[in-house]
Design a protein around this ligand. Structure first.
Ligand code: NDP
Length: 253
């Protein structure tokens, strides 16, 4: 028996595009009220309106999660509006590729700030509420889904700092899972292969060519393929926890 999300609240970071947007739509379809977090407020407002028109409930919360105070306010804003938090999807991320030799250290800092620090800030702010929801009806279980990457499992040249962030997300996820799973907060990691989103668009030069070549020669995933996986993870029965889900394009070796 699957549990749907009626009566629950989900918060999705990076909801203004790509995987986060598709996930917010999907969790709203499953019955969750959804808090939409990212920096681009206009996009969040449009998505919130789309969810509401389809009969769902959504709240746009413009925030830069690399700022600890903004991350905390984002969680509190969702709590103030909906009164609880059952599901946190730590999805916001940035992928800036390039060699380590001669690297742009500002790029490293931007990636670490979103992929690692932002995820930590959101998790820290959300955990007390998730622990409370795990003690409460309607599900007596709560969920954190961290969006890592195949780059959290496999390292390649020119992916060094991105690999560092995503291997880190995998390690943190499993550590936190062991810490809170017996309190019925399920903590899982989803590692996508290539997905058609804006993620590669922040690169230029040889790295952009590399990404464009990959996209041209691979039948890459749609964002909703990843949203499906997230929905699967958070709708298992209370006794079943999906600790890891690796979702790949079939023709990505
Ligand atoms: P997108 O670039 O489409 O989405 C990234 C999202 O993160 C945007 O909504 C962006 O919103 C948000 N974001 C970035 N910086 C911040 C910030 N400082 N504060 C709040 N939100 C922020 O890419 P994807 O949908 O592909 O990426 C989602 C996740 O999936 C990432 O963690 C990525 O690493 C991972 N992934 C993606 C793969 C792919 O092939 N696409 C493969 C493997 C993993 P805004 O700019 O409005 O703030």
């Amino acid at each position: 028996m699957n549990s749907n999300l009626t009566g629950t609240v989900a918060l999705v970071t990076g909801a203004s595009s790509g995987i986060g947007e598709a996930t917010a739509l999907r969790l709203a379809e499953e019955g969750a009220s959804v808090a939409l977090v990212a920096r681009r407020a206009g996009r969040l407002d449009t998505l919130a309106a789309q969810i509401e028109e389809a009969g769902g409930t959504a709240l746009a919360v413009a925030a830069d999660i690399t700022d600890r105070a903004q991350a905390e306010v984002a969680v509190q804003t969702a709590i103030d509006r909906f009164g609880r938090l059952d599901v946190l999807v730590n999805n916001a991320g940035l992928m800036l590729l390039g060699p380590v030799v001669g690297a742009d250290v500002d790029d490293w800092e931007r990636m670490l700030a979103v992929n690692v620090q932002g995820l930590l800030y959101m998790t820290n702010a959300a955990l007390p509420h998730l622990l409370k929801a795990a003690d409460d009806d309607p599900r007596r279980v709560a969920d954190i889904v961290n969006i890592s990457s195949i780059a959290g499992r496999v390292a390649w040249a020119n992916y060094g700092a991105y690999n560092l962030t995503k291997f880190g997300v995998n390690g943190f996820t499993e550590s936190l899972r062991q810490e809170v799973t017996q309190r019925h907060v399920r903590v899982g990691v989803l590692e996508p292969g290539g997905v058609a989103t804006e993620l590669g668009s922040h690169n230029s030069g040889a790295m952009r060519d590399h990404i464009d070549d990959f996209v041209a020669t691979t039948e890459i995933l749609e964002a909703r393929d990843i949203a499906d996986g997230i929905a699967y993870m958070v709708t298992r029965p209370r006794h079943a926890s999906i600790a890891e889900l690796w979702v790949m394009p079939t023709d990505q070796a």
